[in-house]
Design a protein around this ligand. Structure first.
Ligand SMILES: [Zn+2]
Length: 279
């Protein structure tokens, strides 16, 4: 099974009618819309209910809604004819996540707990939020005309990590542990050939280490076990504080002016992200 975390695909507008789960994200996140298309495949009905009942798209939309968007952004859960994928489409300003991708995440999760101690819940919820925030980052780059130095896929991962690390300690741990598990699992089936090096995405192990570095760089004390247990080499870890600050600086400079929250770098932003995520 090849798990592809994201493809930044340029697809034609989705012509499917709105599902019964269509709705507006509430309050200040007024320029976002969420659509849960009910799946035809019976095996995906559990995912549909879980996503809808836990208001997963609304919670991500609420975080992105802290940014003043120039246009409406739609989040859509749908079946994709067997494709394991998620993407942002600039033509219709929508983030789409496929049941097939979510199902692959569920299938890859441990029954109870992985040997490294990642719970089943973390292994499922972590990558779901990581993927949705990664695609949301592509949307922000496009909608806000954010200039990007380096690879857009790396930048999308870094912005997603930055936002997720502003959540509560428990939620942030969920994403770091679950996202790490997801990348490490994907790496097992990933051919490391010339095609992999040519891909716009980093290799899964590179994405794993980038996530681990961002977490450690955000709070060396809270995430010290990432290094002490050997998940991040000391040589890389030494510079992670600077790596994190570099992303935080770019976020403040380029996305900060569009935020409804002031000041951009302080505790208010942290509280705003947490509050939106709990909504
Ligand atoms: Zn991407």
């Amino acid at each position: 099974m090849k798990v592809r975390a994201c493809l930044f695909l340029v697809l034609a507008a989705c012509a499917a009618p709105l599902g019964s789960g269509a709705g507006q994200a509430a309050g200040e996140a007024g320029r976002t819309r969420v659509v849960y298309e009910p799946p035809r495949k019976a095996a995906y009905r559990g995912i549909y209910r879980e996503m809808r009942d836990h208001r997963v798209l609304e919670r991500v939309a609420a975080i992105v809604g802290l940014v003043r968007l120039p246009t409406r952004l739609t989040y859509r859960l749908k079946e994709c004819a067997g494709e394991l994928n998620a993407w942002y489409a600039p033509e219709n300003r929508s983030v789409t996540v496929c049941y097939e991708l979510l199902d692959s995440i569920v299938q890859a999760a441990p029954r109870a707990r992985s040997p490294a101690g990642v719970t089943r819940q973390e292994a499922i919820r972590g990558p779901v939020f990581q993927i949705l925030l990664h695609e949301s980052s592509h949307a922000l780059f496009d909608l806000l005309d954010v200039p990007i130095l380096g690879r857009e896929e790396d930048a999308a991962d870094q912005v997603a990590s930055l936002i997720l690390l502003h959540l509560s300690p428990a939620d942030a741990r969920m994403v770091v542990a679950g996202g790490g598990y997801y990348f490490a699992t994907a790496a097992k089936d990933e051919p490391v050939d010339k095609g992999a090096f040519a891909d716009v995405h980093g290799l899964s192990w590179q994405r794993f280490y980038n996530l681990a570095c961002m977490a450690y760089g955000s709070d060396r004390s809270r995430y010290r076990t990432i290094v002490s247990k050997g998940y991040l080499p000391k040589e890389r870890a030494d510079g992670c504080g600077e790596e994190y600050e570099q992303v935080a600086f770019a976020f403040r400079k380029l996305i900060g002016p569009h935020l409804r929250v002031r000041p951009v770098g302080g505790d208010r932003l942290r509280r705003a992200f947490r509050s939106a995520f709990k909504s």
